[in-house]
Design a binder for this molecule. Structure first.
Ligand code: SF4
Length: 311
């Protein structure tokens, strides 16, 4: 999701392009006011990625986003208070074939749901079920579902319940997950079991700060569950007393050099021959470091012996 003011078209497009360069495939923008809603038409034209408009409270912004040609809109029907407003959004979306993500967060559940079910997985599921039935009763089926909690295990259970009941696509995420370390761990714990079970069609890692941080975490999570094949995987050891060369700068340089590549490539950089030879043989490119005689492997074959600082 972009963090720029959406009506600042130049800054928003610049951010979208920088995220696309890292591998982002779908972008969501906040529609906070009339200026933002007005900017959507130009944004959709200029954006290299499909745009999803994130709308709260104001159904007219949702209709404006649909008419602007957004690929999708995300609404939380719980904060669009009048039924006839939601119906008007559905009718516009039908006309423009726009998909609607029903996005339910633990922090914005409808009051009657909280009163009956609290804030846990059942509450998220019941809220979604209610809205899906409402949409279906109005013959709207171009639905994406998302239920997000700040608690990874609640997110996990709620999504399992959704997947067992409905066939609509699911967008995955743990909401308000914190800064990069917290968000990476919470998202991995909450989402990996879902991904491994084949649940989830799109994913967002929610991280406080620059959204560019979100893409590599998502890619690495998908890669770890074997769902991202166009990804550079850098294997490196934690180092120990056997290390005899400056390994960390080499690892950082390699990550920096390869971060824009979207190709399946495994690079292994290990500090010595203990595991370095085995990992190096199995990687596309491997280094088993040593002060005097580091070994460089390409596709399992040794191509060079030399001090590691020369590799
Ligand atoms: S590969 Fe070598 S340097 Fe790296 S942690 Fe293992 S034993 Fe230590």
């Amino acid at each position: 999701m972009t963090t720029t003011k959406t009506h600042d078209i130049q800054a928003t497009i610049k951010q979208i392009k920088s995220l696309q360069k890292l591998g982002c495939e779908l972008i969501r923008v906040a529609v906070f006011d009339q200026q933002d809603a007005h900017a959507l038409k130009d944004l959709v034209q200029l954006s290299p990625l499909p745009v999803v408009a994130d709308i709260h409270f104001n159904y007219l912004f949702a209709i404006a986003a649909i008419e602007a040609g957004c690929a999708g809109i995300r609404i939380n029907p719980g904060n669009l208070f009048r039924e006839h407003e939601v119906v008007q959004i559905l009718e516009a979306a039908k006309l423009y074939h726009t998909n609607i993500r029903i996005g339910i967060n633990s922090g914005s559940l409808p009051k009657h749901i909280i009163d009956q079910y609290g804030h846990g997985a059942v509450a998220l599921f019941e809220a979604m079920q209610e809205f899906v039935h409402f949409f279906e009763n109005h013959h709207f089926y171009n639905i994406v579902m998302s239920v997000k909690s700040t608690d990874p295990l609640v997110t996990l259970t709620a999504n399992q319940m959704l997947a067992a009941k409905f066939k609509y696509p699911i967008h995955l995420g743990v909401t308000e997950a914190g800064t990069v370390v917290d968000a990476s761990i919470k998202s991995s714990v909450g989402l990996a079991p879902l991904l491994l079970a084949g649940i989830g069609d799109t994913i967002r890692i929610s991280i406080t700060g620059d959204p560019k941080q979100e893409i590599p975490v998502a890619q690495k999570l998908l890669s770890a569950v074997n769902l991202n094949h166009d990804h550079v995987n850098v294997i490196s050891c934690p180092t120990c007393g056997r290390l005899d060369f400056e390994m960390e700068p080499l690892v950082k340089k390699t990550i920096q050099y390869t971060k824009h590549l979207q190709v399946p490539l495994t690079i292994s950089i290990l500090g010595c021959v203990v595991n370095g030879i085995g990992e190096g043989m199995n990687a596309d490119i491997g280094i088993a470091g040593s002060k005097d005689q580091g070994i460089l492997f390409v596709k399992g074959k040794i191509v060079k012996y030399c001090p590691s600082h020369q590799l």
